[in-house]
Design a protein around this ligand. Structure first.
Ligand code: NAP
Ligand code: ZN
Ligand code: ZN
Length: 352
């Protein structure tokens, strides 16, 4: 299917218009007209090959919301006109133990990323949501509850599930003290979701100007992480700290902030290693240092339904697709409140 998109053609060139063919839909495929696509910091890491291994041309985008325009003959879950979402995965091996347990993100044979990943069967490089349409197997398509704002729902497909999954896994709820490090796309969803789950939420931020927003989003306390005394004042306090920062950090002060049996969960994925991991810091308080990757398909649906029930969505700034390079520059500087979302009508208008 002929598809219009924006792509990076090398690690140091801006994204620009690109056309390519998506596979013709097979019996289990859903064709989606893309309405909105969020901009995740992972898109920037991948477009610039900051993790290495990027294949060009690269069409980023894994926070996709759109409407179904066609379904294969065997598709049972979706119909033309349905409001749907696609996140970071479009396929996996579908037979290993994690896949059977709904943990496709930990597929033993490697899940198929929505972009920059070899497509099952053909090996063709997958292309993401900065495009006008996408073809996805129905098992990897999510139902977006009708009534949700489709633009504000888009970031839930990555930022939402990446924070929801560890909050659930580490049993966040009433009576738990949760720290969230960094108020960006992931961080602001972490604050909203932990608050909606009933926890007492503290935001750690490097940006003094974000304090009022943090409280509006659901934080009970705000700690300026550049203030060493302020971090020391919360030593031993947290059951869970969710670290969403896109840069390498000294983890020491945050590990000190964990309570007995507390866990620091890394979700931020900086290209490089954090500093300040101390054996004694871990064993003195039986503390854990962990990581978490997005979330499985069933849990992503659970998260969307939770967000609909609790009136949670992303705080967004909608941009036309030709502003994507400027948005990347602002995101790199931490200047985003709190997720850029591309209105895909702008791409359709550009190519009309
Ligand atoms: P983002 O919107 O750019 O937010 C990152 C936030 O981190 C910033 O707003 C800033 O918050 C803080 N920060 C940035 N640089 C910092 C520095 N040098 N020192 C301290 N704090 C800093 O990014 P995002 O889209 O939320 O993504 C965050 C990270 O998660 C990225 O590395 C991304 O690749 C990764 N990610 C991982 C997964 C997963 O499955 N684990 C999924 C999606 C994304 P303050 O201004 O409040 O300090
Ligand atoms: Zn993402
Ligand atoms: Zn698998």
């Amino acid at each position: 299917m002929h598809t219009h998109a924006y792509a990076a053609t090398s690690h140091d060139t801006p994204l620009g218009p690109f056309e390519f063919e998506r596979r013709e839909p097979g019996p289990v495929d859903v064709v989606i007209d893309i309405l909105f696509c969020g901009i995740c910091h992972s898109d920037l890491h991948a477009a610039k090959s900051e993790w290495g291994g990027s294949t060009y041309p690269l069409v980023p985008g894994h926070e996709i919301v759109g409407r179904v325009t066609a379904t294969g003959a065997s598709v049972t879950k979706f119909r033309t006109g349905d409001l749907v979402g696609v996140g970071c995965m479009v396929d996996s091996c579908r037979h290993c133990t994690p896949c059977h347990e709904g943990l496709e993100q930990y597929c033993e044979n490697g899940f198929t990323g929505t972009y920059n990943s070899p497509e099952q069967g053909t090996g063709a490089n997958t292309h993401g949501g900065y495009s006008d349409k996408i073809v996805v197997r129905e098992e990897f398509v999510l139902r977006v509850p009708e009534g949700m704002d489709p633009a504000a729902a888009a970031p839930l497909l990555c930022a939402g599930i990446t924070t929801y999954s560890p909050l659930r896994h580490w049993k966040v709820g009433p009576g738990k003290k949760v720290g969230v490090v960094g108020l960006g796309g992931l961080g602001h969803m972490g604050v909203k979701l932990a608050h909606a789950m009933g926890a007492e939420v503290t935001l750690f931020t490097t940006s003094p100007g974000k304090e009022a927003d943090a409280r509006r989003l659901g934080a009970d306390h705000v700690v300026l992480s550049t203030d060493a005394e302020a971090i020391k004042s919360v030593a031993g306090k947290f059951d869970v700290i969710l670290n969403t920062v896109a840069a390498t950090l000294d983890l020491g002060p945050y590990m000190n902030a964990l309570a007995l049996d507390g866990s620091m969960v890394l979700v931020g994925a900086p290209p490089g290693e954090h500093r300040g991991i101390s054996v004694f810091n871990l064993l003195m308080g039986r503390r854990s240092l962990a990581g978490s990757l997005i979330g499985g398909i069933a849990e992503t649906q659970e998260m969307l339904d939770f967000c609909a029930a609790h009136d949670v969505a992303s705080d967004i700034e909608i941009i036309p697709i030709n502003a994507v390079n400027a948005a990347y520059e602002r995101m790199a500087k931490g200047d985003v409140k709190y997720r850029f979302v591309i209105d895909m009508q702008s791409l359709k208008d550009e190519v009309a």
